[in-house]
Write a protein that binds this ligand. Structure first.
Ligand code: SF4
Ligand code: SF4
Length: 294
């Protein structure tokens, strides 16, 4: 096949894959906030499709991120990267601290909306249910929650404010990463808080392995009290637990690479010397949870 024909083929395929995204962009936000109310305009069939088949989307992302052969051929690599960009510009997330995740759940429940918890779609996509850590870490809300309970009975169930808060604390102790996912990069449009086990999280893996922009940084940065740090030789837990390789392994103590830090707080809960804390970045705002957290 000539180079021109190959280019044409790639262009046609891109157009084909872009169509659903363009249609989605014309729809109003499905579950959102930013005002005192959640806005829920997603057509029922889309909600039904997402709630039943979200794990298949995760499986596709996992496939695209983990197949080395894709990245050996330039036209295929470019096509995959463009497709990933399209998916990520439609649905992507940002990191929350546990405190922010709890504040957000508080506001949502206070507004009279349902919060439901169900099995992590990444675990379902990978067929990796755990006997050791919780599998039900996916926290959906508003109409999204009602749709998941209705369309996937048995997999999702409603939780109270106290139950949701306790779960977030439990996930935090386990070093799970909290992220809120939004839609179309519109401010204040959110539908789920994921509490991710980094061993199975497909968006995290895709971001680290291939640079897919699965989610953005949060509002905080880790900071270390070097006096209190037990030292990397003695401890070093922060280096092994940080999902973003932002704890520097060179040097006597667990310093932070502030360019890489996403402000997730995993190193804070796992710090053996209580030497790490999170500090709010000046002026930093969350897009999706902006008006739901202080
Ligand atoms: S340094 Fe700490 S807060 Fe920053 S990304 Fe790593 S684990 Fe998260
Ligand atoms: S986990 Fe805490 S005490 Fe241990 S090396 Fe890291 S900063 Fe120091």
């Amino acid at each position: 096949m000539s180079i021109t024909r190959k280019r044409d083929l790639v262009r046609h395929l891109l157009t084909l894959f872009s169509a659903p995204v363009i249609v989605a962009r014309t729809l109003p936000a499905h579950v959102g906030h930013g005002q005192p109310e959640l806005h829920q305009h997603l057509p029922r069939f889309m909600l039904r499709l997402m709630s039943r088949y979200e794990h298949l989307i995760m499986r596709s992302i996992d496939f695209l991120a983990t197949r080395d052969w894709i990245y050996r051929y330039d036209p295929i690599r470019r096509f995959v990267e463009k497709t990933a960009d399209l998916i990520m510009s439609t649905i992507n997330g940002e990191v929350l601290t546990a405190g922010e995740a709890k504040e957000m759940i508080d506001s949502i429940i206070k507004g009279g909306y349902t919060v439901a918890v169900g099995t992590c779609p990444c675990r379902r996509a990978r067929n990796e249910l755990s006997d050791e850590v919780p599998n039900n870490t996916d926290m959906v809300f508003g109409r999204w929650a009602e749709g998941y309970i209705e369309n996937y009975p048995g997999l999702y169930h409603e939780v109270t404010r106290e139950e949701a808060r306790e779960l977030i604390d439990e996930f935090d102790r386990l070093g799970f990463l909290h992220q809120v996912y939004g839609f179309l990069k519109k401010e204040g449009v959110a539908f789920v808080v994921c509490n991710c086990d980094q061993e199975v999280c497909i968006p995290l893996n895709a971001q680290k392995l291939r640079g897919f922009q699965s989610f953005r940084k949060g509002r905080a940065l880790a900071s270390v009290d070097r006096e209190a740090c037990l030292g990397l030789e003695e401890c070093g837990v922060c280096v092994s637990r940080c999902p973003f390789d932002a704890r520097l392994s060179g040097g006597p103590s667990g310093a932070v690479d502030t360019d890489k830090c996403f402000g997730c707080g995993v190193c804070v809960v796992s710090c053996k010397g209580n030497a790490t804390s999170l500090e709010r970045k000046k002026g930093a705002q969350l897009a999706y949870a902006r008006k739901l957290v202080l």
